[in-house]
Design a protein around this ligand. Structure first.
Ligand code: ACM
Length: 536
């Protein structure tokens, strides 16, 4: 084959053994799937059938061109073996998740045109003979998408799931609530979306006060429970668990704007139009905790995820200290400080989630306050120390340090880059991130579930910009999470140059390796490069 496609697989598989020859799918493509692999067969048939124009149809194992074989009973395994021989393709795995990963690797062996939504004329669906033995390094390979600061329609989320699945990610963390909006329908509290899902205005750039320049344009939107169930099912079919985040007790102004009785102030607050850290927390009173439990129960009914994220970052306790009602409540409990009340608040949420068989996830501030359940998972975002401390205290952790996993930071220095929150996490910074590099001990490193990239969207106003910031850095993070043995950066870049043809076929607005295209630059207008923070 003219292009050595085996050197373009991204993320890099564990073992690739090239064999002589090649194989091409020809219509009709017979598919044989083990009982238990029917959903994967349906995915292959629907997606590859649409892209290639080939008819995929059931066949017996002896004549099938594609065999999907379940080999064991390790339900948690994501391992797979992909064999292409002169007679056809076999994907074998202990569990459906592995078959899904094998399927997405198979798509990388085929011409990139399989990422189009309709067949091109004259493409031969040929691939090299090979045996690929593959398994992920980490069990948590996540991407967080903030749909609050700027909302994306459901189709964008589905599209994003396709792109995550292409790279063997297995967690989509949806940041659904914050000061600037509430994006999940809650039937018991309709004002959360009636009032909380929109704002009249948005501050320009990283505006941090109402007095900063604003755009004068209403912004909002939310997902119905049916939308979210659809997203969850679409992701699950592609090996991805959607982890919802309901931010508490801070970053909750949309909630307190909708229901002031759950806030701390006598004066009403509005859905925030600007960014930064707000003091408008939910109050920790019993009526509020009961309401939060009702909300979380609805969230659990939508999301089967074993993990439920309750935020926990950036929550100054001043309004708790200043409220007579909260002080009286503290006195009634014999709690002496706002910090101890925070512990009590977290403990109530943790116990509630544990009762419902879910694991609480929180940003690393929650380690400081405590009140966690033993099953709680800590996301280390303020660098790596929070993760180290949490792991040494016996908690599972996900490494999501600002540098270099916050993809809202610019990909390069210089004014060619468009709007970003700061300088900078280059593709190389992301690719060379090694979570174990500074880890103090092997034992607690075993608590690292994996890694996650973050797409905060204060200054990512639209979907094209979202893709620009996400790609190709998410391809690099995918490899940090998946590949036990990474290349050096130069080799990765070479591989990526070919991999980008897949993103081209899918129509992704990624940043080319040589820098932004003319129309991707920030210019001097609303997408002008204005870094506020510097990561280095
Ligand atoms: C965060 O970036 N405040 C989690």
């Amino acid at each position: 084959m003219s292009l050595d496609i085996l050197n373009t697989l991204t993320p890099k598989p564990a073992h690739v053994a090239a064999q002589p020859g090649s194989f091409a799918f020809t219509s009709p493509v017979g598919v044989w799937a083990d009982a238990g692999a029917g959903d994967v067969a349906a995915l292959v048939q629907a997606e590859l059938g649409r892209a290639t124009g080939l008819a995929f149809q059931p066949a017996d194992a002896a004549t099938a061109q594609l065999v999907l074989r379940l080999t064991g009973d390790d339900a948690a395994s994501e391992r797979y073996t992909l064999r292409v021989s002169g007679r056809g393709v076999e994907i074998a795995a202990p569990a459906p998740a592995g078959l899904i990963h094998g399927y997405f690797t198979l798509r990388q062996l085929l011409p990139a045109a399989n990422w189009r939504a309709a067949p091109l004329p004259g493409v031969a669906w040929r691939m090299p003979c090979v045996t690929i033995e593959d398994a992920p390094r980490f069990g948590w390979r996540g991407c967080m998408l903030d749909v609050v600061r700027h909302f994306s329609p459901k189709q964008t989320i589905l599209r994003f799931i396709d792109l995550l699945a292409m790279h063997h990610f297995n967690r989509l963390h949806l940041h659904l609530t914050d000061d600037q909006g509430w994006r999940v329908e809650i039937k018991a509290f309709p004002k959360l979306t009636e009032i909380g899902a929109h704002r009249p205005n948005t501050g320009l750039g990283f505006a941090t006060t109402a007095a900063d320049p604003h755009d004068g344009t209403p912004h909002g939107g939310y997902y119905t429970q049916d939308d979210l169930r659809e997203i969850v099912a679409y992701a699950a079919a592609r090996g991805i668990t959607v982890v919802p985040e309901i931010e508490l007790p801070g970053h909750a102004r949309a909630l307190t704007a909708a229901y002031p009785e759950f806030g701390c102030l006598d004066t009403p607050v509005e859905v925030a139009t600007y960014f930064g850290i707000s003091r408008d927390l939910v109050n920790p009173l019993p009526r509020t905790v009961a309401a939060l439990e009702t909300i979380l129960a609805e969230v659990m009914s939508i999301f089967p995820s074993p993990w439920l994220h309750v935020g926990g970052d950036e929550a100054p306790l001043d309004h708790w200290r200043n409220s007579a009602e909260i002080r009286d409540y503290m006195a009634s409990l014999g709690i002496a400080s706002a910090e101890a009340l925070r512990t009590h608040f977290t403990a109530q949420l943790a116990a509630f989630l544990e009762t419902h068989g879910r694991r609480m996830v929180g940003w690393d501030e929650i380690i400081h306050y405590g009140g966690l359940a033993p099953s709680s998972v800590i996301m280390s975002w303020r660098g790596e120390r929070g993760g180290m401390k949490a792991a040494q205290a016996g908690y599972d952790v996900v490494m999501a340090p600002v540098f270099p996993t916050y993809l809202d930071y610019a990909q390069d220095e210089g004014t060619d880059e468009p709007l970003a929150i700061g300088l900078g996490a280059t593709l190389e910074d992301v690719y060379t991130y090694e979570p174990s590099a500074r880890w103090p001990d092997q034992d607690s490193f075993a608590r690292v579930l994996g890694v996650q990239c973050q797409l905060w969207r204060e200054v990512i106003p639209d979907d094209a910009h979202l893709e620009y910031m996400a790609f190709p850095r998410a391809c690099a993070l995918a490899e940090v999470g998946w590949s036990a043995q990474r290349d050096d950066f130069a080799a990765f870049q070479q591989r990526l140059a070919h991999h980008l043809q897949r993103l081209d076929a899918y129509g992704v607005n990624y940043r080319p390796l040589a820098g932004p295209r003319p129309w991707q630059k920030g210019g001097t207008g609303r997408k002008a490069y204005q870094p506020r923070f510097n990561l280095k």
